[in-house]
Design a protein around this ligand. Structure first.
Ligand code: ATP
Ligand code: XMP
Ligand code: GLN
Ligand code: MG
Length: 529
């Protein structure tokens, strides 16, 4: 399992994964508390834990029941190592069972927002916590009896043991999920555990990530040559800056012009980006290849796999050209490919432990089986806002660090239907209008991104210039988000929406209707495909 890499000599907090949806979220919240963390499998043994010398351990939730056959187990000797442990949900139930308490299917099930009563705040975990608070629950089993030596700290209407503690042994557990934003005092509980109970100082920051990644990249690459897929977006800019810091001129960036880009994008990357960062950049023009490969394809996953494959073919093409150019390589082969992959790309592609495939991101689930490159993905366990912080720390300009995301498959996954040159030109035009208006309204920082989608297989009747039209709708999808894992639709001012709608229907041939997507994520995703 991938884990955020340790800074040299740093003692981690281990997050033990029992198949949770939220293991990375826990790791991220620990980082937010300025503490370094690593995710480990639940099969870790007491000896392996000792070898890692952790400052604390957090046990995640998980879908199984502790008493069921085949449920994920945990080495009980770990509780005797003297290391502070916090169990969450399934992890709380694991701790209860291992230490002589009982867990049962009591019939009490709690999902979502649940009021909890804190009955004992005279302990490190719930110190200074209000008596009444709302927490996020997701369980069907309950601790019916706390282990001997443990105090019950909190309860809900149907769960008498909702939190417990043994301050002497520094063992703690909560039935609820402190790692999700909907839990009112969740971060406080985690920080109480880390700082008060376990006494861990708050001294971890993005500077540590940079130092460690630089060391790790140097060790991985040696004197080899590296290419980096650079899109002009935040993630690849930060990845490239990190790699550049590590190995300097051994890095060459490659921009793929696949014809699915927005207006003016290539020029921006080739000129503005290079000026801002000083990286060496080559562009491969593969517009024809992509269009041919995608001809007649309308299924979203098929499109994504083709795009993922063609990206790698494009990088191989750049690799071959650079190898010919002796100056770029000094005779060393180019074996490594840097990608700005983030954790949400991985988890949505089904790459988390036991998580579902929502959509194959081109750089993860869309990679071809015959991939020859050795990947370098220094941001793979991080979330976008963390990456922005690292970019700022590395000195990248705000225009780059604060840029809105744009997916690698570009306009290709914003045409619902098959992709043609005409449809791309139409969508590019509509998208340019939307972006110009949002920028003019000063809203770029407020919205996370605003996909503009062409419903190429849908037509509706309109009237323009006293004549009948039978045109396509354009969908506006403005969203607000913290990390793209969840999102809400942005309430844009009506006047602005009216202006955008007017301009698109007046200026873009073939469009006679503009509609607004008012769906959150979940249940929708941000992109339509
Ligand atoms: N046009 C492109 N040329 C080269 N590499 C690309 C291109 N588009 C995407 N990539 C690669 O795929 C990775 C994932 O794309 P993604 O859009 O998630 O990240 P990004 O473009 O770097 O940042 P952002 O999410 O802000 O758009 C990039 O980090 C980059 O390595
Ligand atoms: O580089 C990328 N390659 C992809 O294949 C891809 N698919 C979605 N996205 C971006 O990821 C975030 C979440 O998008 P969804 O809610 O649509 O899954 C949003 O920011 C999307 O724009 C992608 N980025
Ligand atoms: N989210 C969880 O960790 C759930 C734990 C366990 N499966 C239960 O239903 O109680
Ligand atoms: Mg991008």
């Amino acid at each position: 399992m991938s884990a955020a890499p340790a800074p040299t000599g740093a003692r981690p907090v281990l997050v033990v994964d029992f198949g949770a949806q939220y293991a990375q979220l826990i790791a991220r919240r620990v980082r937010e508390a300025s503490v370094y963390s690593e995710i480990v499998a639940h099969t870790i043994t007491a000896a392996e834990v000792t070898a890692k010398n952790p400052l604390g351990i957090v046990l995640s939730g998980g879908p199984a029941s502790v008493y069921a056959d085949g449920a994920p187990t945990f080495d009980p000797a770990i509780f005797d190592l003297g290391i502070p442990v916090l169990g969450i949900c399934y992890g709380f139930q694991v701790m209860a069972t291992a230490l002589g308490g009982t867990v049962a299917h009591t019939g009490a099930r709690e999902y979502g927002a649940t009021p909890v009563t804190v009955s004992d705040s005279g302990n490190a975990l719930l110190a200074d916590q209000p008596t009444a608070q709302t927490v996020w629950m997701s369980h069907g089993d309950s601790v019916s009896e706390a282990p001997a030596g443990f105090r019950v700290l909190a309860s809900t209407a149907s769960t008498p043991v909702a939190a417990f503690a043994n301050d002497e042994r520094r063992l703690y557990g909560v039935q609820w999920h402190p790692e999700v934003k909907h839990t009112e005092f969740g971060q406080n509980v985690l920080e109480n555990f880390l700082h008060r109970a376990a006494g861990i100082p708050a001294d971890w920051n993005s500077g540590n990530v940079i130092a460690e990644q630089v060391a790790r990249i140097r060790a991985q690459v040696g004197t080899g040559k590296v290419i980096c897929g650079l899109s002009g977006g935040v993630d690849s800019a930060v990845a490239a800056a990190l790699v550049h810091k590590a190995i300097g001129d051994q890095l060459v960036c490659v921009f793929v012009d696949h014809g699915l880009l927005r207006q003016d994008e290539r020029r921006q990357v080739e000129e503005d980006f290079v000026v801002a960062t000083g990286v060496r950049l080559v562009t491969v023009d593969v517009r024809e290849q992509f269009l041919t490969a995608l001809e007649g394809v309308s299924d979203p996953e098929t499109k994504r796999k083709i795009i993922g494959r063609e990206f790698i073919r494009s990088f191989e093409q750049a690799q071959a050209e650079l190898i010919k150019e002796a100056a770029a390589i000094d005779g060393d082969p180019i074996r490594f490919l840097v990608q700005g992959t983030l954790y949400p790309d991985v988890v949505e592609s089904g790459g988390g432990s036991g998580t579902a495939n929502i959509k194959s991101h081109h750089n993860v689930g869309g990679l071809p089986d015959d991939l020859q490159f050795e990947l370098i993905e220094p941001l793979r366990t991080l979330f976008k806002d963390e990456v922005r912080a690292i970019g700022a720390e590395l000195g990248l300009p705000a225009e780059i660090v604060q840029r809105q995301p744009f997916p690698g498959p570009g306009l290709g996954i914003r045409i619902v239907g098959s992709i043609t040159q005409d449809r791309l030109d139409l969508l590019r035009h509509a998208d340019a209008i939307v972006r110009a208006e949002l920028t003019a309204a000063g809203l770029d920082r407020e919205i996370w991104q605003c996909p503009v989608v062409l419903l190429a297989d849908v037509r509706s009747v309109g009237v323009q210039g006293d004549g009948r039209t039978y045109g396509h709708p354009i969908v506006l999808r403005p969203v607000s988000s913290e990390d793209a894992m969840t999102a809400d639709w942005t309430r844009l001012p009506y006047d602005l929406l009216a202006k955008i709608s007017n301009r698109i229907t007046n200026e873009v041939d073939g469009v006679n209707r503009v509609v607004l997507d008012v769906t959150s994520k979940p249940p929708g995703t941000i992109e339509w495909e």
